[in-house]
Design a protein around this ligand. Structure first.
Ligand SMILES: [Zn+2]
Length: 268
């Protein structure tokens, strides 16, 4: 910093400055500033392409009851999250798969596995997961992580070009960016910070949609108990310890309860 290295040219400084200035967004609800090189429109395009591939590769469930529940919860929560990402293109698809997992792709594509119902007992439990996944989308966690890998990958050819030419590597990075890599036997975990943030924002969303946020700690306990027999890809491997998670949820609970009471009326 003090002794500028000779290779640190003025052009390169401007390049870095341009990246920093153009590459930031504010996370809704928490107000955190995050690094992004993609526009929301880039996210939607890349997410839609990746989701189409997943839908071709995976078996889509015909279970009417679970499908109806997934659509109902998804639409209710997407409606309250809309203000944070009006351009999002929401789509909720149920896959026939025994794994206890769900994932979100950039721009609003959400996948649930039927295995999720091994832990989720009712619609409120599904709302906990749905809130969490929708929060990953509106907080743009995938774009944040993708920007980090693209920034590394695209040195020399330019990030915009890397995004636009949609190479196989870019596709792979998009899928990995949102935890969908589990379906391909690959997984790049969300950071713990992003997981905690999705927990918190998801809690507010479910509450505003009229689902009692107080079920969330109990639900994550059930997930924890289930995970002791294996390792569900999205939710626990990179998550904060259970004690920490419950603590964080309790801290966010008063604000969530205000939203919940405003949504359902003061009687509860
Ligand atoms: Zn997550």
């Amino acid at each position: 910093m003090m002794n500028r290295a000779p290779f640190f040219t003025r052009g390169f400084s401007f390049f870095l400055l341009a990246i920093v200035l153009s590459g930031c967004h504010t996370v809704p609800e928490t107000g955190r500033r995050a690094f992004t090189l993609l526009s929301v429109q880039d996210e939607i395009t890349l997410g839609a392409e990746a989701f189409a591939e997943i839908k071709e590769a995976e078996k889509i469930s015909t279970d009417e009851e679970k499908n109806a529940m997934l659509q109902r919860v998804g639409e209710r929560i997407a409606r309250v999250a809309e203000v944070d990402m009006p351009q999002a293109e929401w789509e909720f698809v149920l896959f026939e798969n025994d794994m206890v997992n769900a994932f979100a792709l950039p721009g609003g594509r959400i996948g649930f596995y039927t295995g999720m119902w091994k832990v989720a007992d009712d619609e409120d439990d599904i709302a906990v997961i749905m809130g969490h996944e929708i929060a990953h989308v509106t907080a743009r966690h995938g774009a944040e992580r993708l920007s980090q890998s693209l920034a590394i990958m695209a040195v020399g050819i330019g990030v915009q070009q890397a995004v636009r030419n949609r190479s196989e590597e870019t596709q792979m990075a998009v899928m990995l960016a949102y935890g969908a890599g589990a379906t391909l036997g690959l997984q790049l975990p969300h950071s713990r910070r992003n997981e905690s943030e999705a927990d918190e924002i998801g809690l507010y969303y479910m509450a505003r949609a009229g689902y009692d946020p107080r079920v969330a700690p109990r639900f994550w306990e059930k997930m924890e108990a289930h995970a002791s027999g294996g390792s569900p890809p999205e939710f626990l491997s990179t998550h904060p310890s259970h004690g920490r998670r419950v603590q964080d949820l309790e801290r966010a609970m008063p604000r969530a309860l205000e939203y919940y009471r405003a949504a359902v009326g003061p009687s509860d």
